[in-house]
Design a protein around this ligand. Structure first.
Ligand SMILES: *Cc1c(COP(=O)(O)O)cnc(C)c1O
Length: 460
């Protein structure tokens, strides 16, 4: 059989595809009842993947079997209700359902001629997001892999605009000999901000860091003087505490002084959708660019990040890409708003998740995560954990009276497999960091997890 004959035979094996679908659906639909973390014994299964690449190739049956038998038992169950690590987020039914379709379509999201549907959905979602976040109607959105990439794109636009105003085209001339851009951020800015700054040649050591309060919020009075050569980077949702910088107190004057303001709101920006939480984002509409994830609070499948920029020309110029063979369309060419050319069609899932929830549903999801986080913090406080942060959003930071006890408790919790969270150091305090960010987390999950935390205290 030739390779092509074999591949057509696999394509026509409908029974196999049905079987895969059944397995996948069973996994997804029962994940919320399962433990958060795989057991250590399962790690031996990874040995299965130590093999040379064969000369003759492998049939689809065998490949699927490998994944199901040796791969799936090692899944970190961030879809479940008791996974509180990082800020990982669950996955909405409409998100995975639309992804299954769009994975089969395998569209390249670079250009409209490659996928008119993708272009249309990107354009539509751009409008929805401008409306949701109260941005000028002609603001641009780029659909990228995550917030890290979104911050990079937003700051690239900032760099282009500031230097352009000074008569310097950074896209052509680069940074050698260019005027200096001043960078001001929070001393609690996410590591992804520093990564973007260093990739953009804007350094790291030179950055001025604004001191923050005990919740990790920038202290408004401490913001240094701003001018039109400055990029100011603020945060909606601190990774440790979930706190928001006081935008209303800072942005109006920053704007008057013509500084470029970027807001990193990876998971926090969605607070805007809830009337109970939009006081946290108040004033943020005045910024120039934003980074936010679909795959965290919104619970889209991975990977799904968004850059928003009120200066369309700046982002287009900063990410400028041309080639004689490129054929642009009149709806939209998604690659112009990202650092990539070929891209998967992740917009389908973002569109589906937004459509599934609607504006009220996004707000309700934010409120649900908060409610569970509060319940968790109350239960842990009753047990004797110290709650380090004000539970303003979906993050809870806890500790015991010594670092050693905290880390011992965490080790017990992680080994329990029942629930999972990670360590952090916030303002010199070693803590256990809990992020409630899956729509599946029930009060029962919080109870079960609190029982683990109770036992963990005695592990000392
Ligand atoms: C998660 C996070 C990032 C990084 O986002 P990715 O989607 O993982 O690239 C940046 N900033 C904040 C505040 C975050 O929470």
């Amino acid at each position: 059989m030739s390779l092509q004959e074999r591949l057509f035979a696999e394509l026509n094996d409908a029974a196999h595809f049905d079987k895969i679908y059944q397995h996948a659906y069973n996994y997804y639909s029962t994940a919320h009842t399962k433990n958060a973390y795989p057991s250590e014994q399962e790690y031996v299964k990874l040995k299965h993947f130590d093999e040379e690449l064969s000369n003759e190739g492998t049939g689809m049956e065998t490949i699927t079997k490998s994944l199901l038998e040796y791969g799936q038992p090692l899944m970190v169950n961030s879809l479940g209700g008791r996974y509180f690590g990082f800020v990982n987020g669950g996955m909405l039914p409409a998100g995975i359902a639309s992804r299954i379709l769009s994975d089969f379509w395998d569209q390249n999201a670079a250009l409209q001629v490659m996928s008119p549907l993708v272009s249309k959905l990107e354009l539509q979602v751009e409008k929805w997001l401008c409306n949701l976040f109260d941005l000028p109607k002609d603001s641009a959105a780029g659909f990228v892999s995550g917030t890290t990439s979104a911050i990079f794109c937003g700051l690239a636009a900032a760099r282009w605009r500031i230097l352009h105003r000074l008569g310097w085209d950074v896209s052509v001339r680069g940074l050698n000999g260019s005027p200096t851009i001043k960078i001001i951020c929070s001393d609690e800015s996410h590591a992804a901000v520093f990564r973007a700054l260093s990739l953009l040649g804007l350094g790291n050591e030179e950055v001025t860091k604004i001191p923050t309060d005990d919740q990790g919020r920038v202290i408004a009075e401490e913001v240094p003087p701003l001018d039109d050569k400055t990029i100011l980077i603020l945060q909606a949702g601190n990774v440790n505490t979930g706190s928001f910088d006081p935008f209303a107190e800072i942005l109006a004057s920053a704007k008057r002084n013509n500084a470029w303001i970027h807001i990193d709101g990876a998971f926090g920006l969605w607070a805007k959708a809830s009337s109970k939480f939009n006081h946290l984002t108040k004033g943020m509409e005045l910024a120039n660019s934003y980074s936010v994830d679909g795959h965290k609070t919104l619970n889209t499948p991975y990977d799904n990040g968004i850059v928003l920029c009120t200066d369309r020309e700046a982002i287009l110029e900063a990410l400028n890409f041309s080639g004689s063979y490129l054929q642009y369309g009149e709806i939209r060419d998604g690659m112009k708003y990202t650092t990539e050319m070929s891209r998967r069609n992740r917009i389908v899932e973002l569109w589906a998740c937004l459509k599934s929830l609607g504006l009220n549903g996004i707000g309700e999801l934010v409120e649900l995560l908060h409610e569970r986080a509060v319940l968790f913090s109350v239960k842990l406080a009753t047990l004797g954990y110290e709650i380090i942060n004000d539970v303003e959003f979906n993050q809870v930071l806890v500790k015991l009276d010594t670092k050693e006890k905290t880390l011992n408790a965490l080790s017990y919790i992680q080994k329990s497999e029942i629930c999972w969270c990670g360590p952090t150091v916030f303002k010199g305090q070693t803590g256990i960091r809990i992020s409630v960010c899956s729509w599946t987390t029930t009060t029962k999950d919080i109870e079960l997890s609190s029982e683990v935390f109770a036992k963990a205290m005695n592990a000392n």
